[in-house]
Design a protein around this ligand. Structure first.
Ligand code: ADP
Ligand code: MG
Length: 397
């Protein structure tokens, strides 16, 4: 796989580079302000390197899930503005994805300039299952540039026109972020230093069963918190009140617990509430005695201590998924305690998952204390599951 640094070494001055970036940042529902610009900042190293080498950079990206047609709510305009601030340069936004305005604005670029194309998901073809439909859009992308660089790690598990098909049409290179993510994921999957501890949380156990199945044979400990721990607690025969429960996964969790032979560690206490609200009545109860009328919204302090004790010994850690509803202050302590324990790990600590990375930043923790904070939740999980990621396979060709 060639990297953007190989491209720069070849000489990229004056050449048009189509750079697929992951700029899919969360926006405030009413003001449309960017609430966490982590992904924009993560894309700067590749972008700056290309600019400094004199490339004419055409950035393509998606934002949210518009329905395959232009929708001002999902315009990349706030992203263009923030990108411009961070680069200290004007970043114009094309009025379309790969149409007339994009072509005109590309033609007007000077060496070192950056143009952002409008949200690629304004074109239904971007995500189409039909190869010919995606191909037609990819042809239009390819006509905008001389070479293609993919730095959108968060999208490499998608067989989309701007990720997969366009790479087949232009000389292609991996950006620095993609290269770094791959290096870290390789260390997690190839002979990790032991003890190797994986921490999983988040809302749905069904989202993460595949990765649990894949990782269980390889890890020394699997710590489970978040909404998904209740399906495991139910599998042990405990009542979970009105906590998140995926009844159809209880049997699978029971089998996994048996296979794990003690290596799956569950919370021993739970922060419960009488309703899902920041001003609910809150109490901490043993994990095997959750009252019927309460819901568990965070792991308790004894569980944080238990998980921390496992992490102190660890030399390789992968953490995905918050331990509780960290967005609400009364249920943030579990995620904060876990995040602090992960940051103190001596060895490789990796945080994966959009919400987990956002939690690290929202709780004001030091991002530099982690070995790596992955920008791609789904992509890193699919990689760890051992699946082939279309966006990476095409770069390796
Ligand atoms: P990531 O994006 O890091 O992979 P997920 O998307 O799987 O994480 O899950 C994040 C969400 O899980 C958060 O919005 C959080 O509020 C929610 N969550 C965590 N614990 C619970 C719980 N006990 N009950 C309900 N939701 C929870
Ligand atoms: Mg998420």
């Amino acid at each position: 796989m060639r990297s953007v640094d190989d491209l720069i070494a070849e000489g990229v001055s004056g050449r048009r580079v189509l750079l697929r970036a992951d700029l899919n940042v969360p926006l405030d529902k009413t003001t449309r302000d960017i609430t966490d610009d982590g992904r924009i900042r993560a894309s700067l190293p590749t972008l700056q390197a290309l600019r400094e080498a004199g490339a004419r950079v055409v950035v393509s990206a998606h934002l949210g899930r518009p329905k395959g047609t232009p929708d001002p709510q999902f315009s990349l305009a706030p992203v263009a503005a923030r990108l411009g601030e961070l680069l200290g340069a004007d970043v114009p936004l094309a009025g379309d994805v790969a149409g007339e305005d994009a072509r005109a604005k590309v033609a007007a670029l000077a060496d070192g300039d950056v143009l952002l194309l409008e949200n690629v998901r304004f074109e239904a073809a971007e995500t189409s299952k039909d190869d010919a439909e995606r191909g037609e859009l990819a042809d239009r992308f390819a006509a905008l540039a001389d070479v293609y660089v993919d730095d959108a790690f968060g999208a490499v598990h998608r067989k989309h026109a701007s990720v997969f098909d366009v790479a087949q049409r232009l000389p292609h290179y991996a950006g620095r972020l993609v290269a770094r993510e791959l290096e870290v994921l390789t260390r997690l999957t190839t002979d990790p230093e032991r003890p190797y501890v994986v921490v999983l949380g988040g809302s749905k156990v069904s989202d993460k069963l595949a990765v649990i199945e894949a990782l269980l044979p390889k890890v020394d400990r699997l710590l489970v918190g978040g909404g998904m721990c209740f399906t495991f607690l139910a599998a042990q025969g405990h009542g979970v009140g009105s906590s998140l429960l995926e009844a159809d996964q209880v049997e699978t969790c029971r089998r996994l617990l048996a296979e794990a032979d003690g290596r799956i560690v569950l919370p021993v206490d739970v922060v419960c509430a009488d309703r899902f609200a920041a001003d609910a009545n809150v109490s901490v109860v043993p994990a095997d005695a959750i009252p019927d009328d309460l819901m568990g919204l965070d792991i308790g302090p004894l569980s944080v201590d238990l998980f921390t004790a496992e992490l102190v010994e660890a030399r390789t850690v992968f953490w995905n998924g918050p331990m509780g509803v960290f967005e609400l202050a009364p249920f943030a302590a579990g995620t904060r305690g876990l995040a602090e324990a992960v940051s103190a790990v001596e060895g490789l600590s990796v945080v994966g998952g959009g919400d987990s990375a956002a939690a690290v930043r929202a709780l004001g923790l030091d991002e530099d204390a982690y070995g790596h904070i992955s920008t791609g939740g789904g992509a890193s999980l699919e990689y760890l599951e051992g699946r082939e990621l279309p966006g990476l396979a095409v770069l390796a060709d």
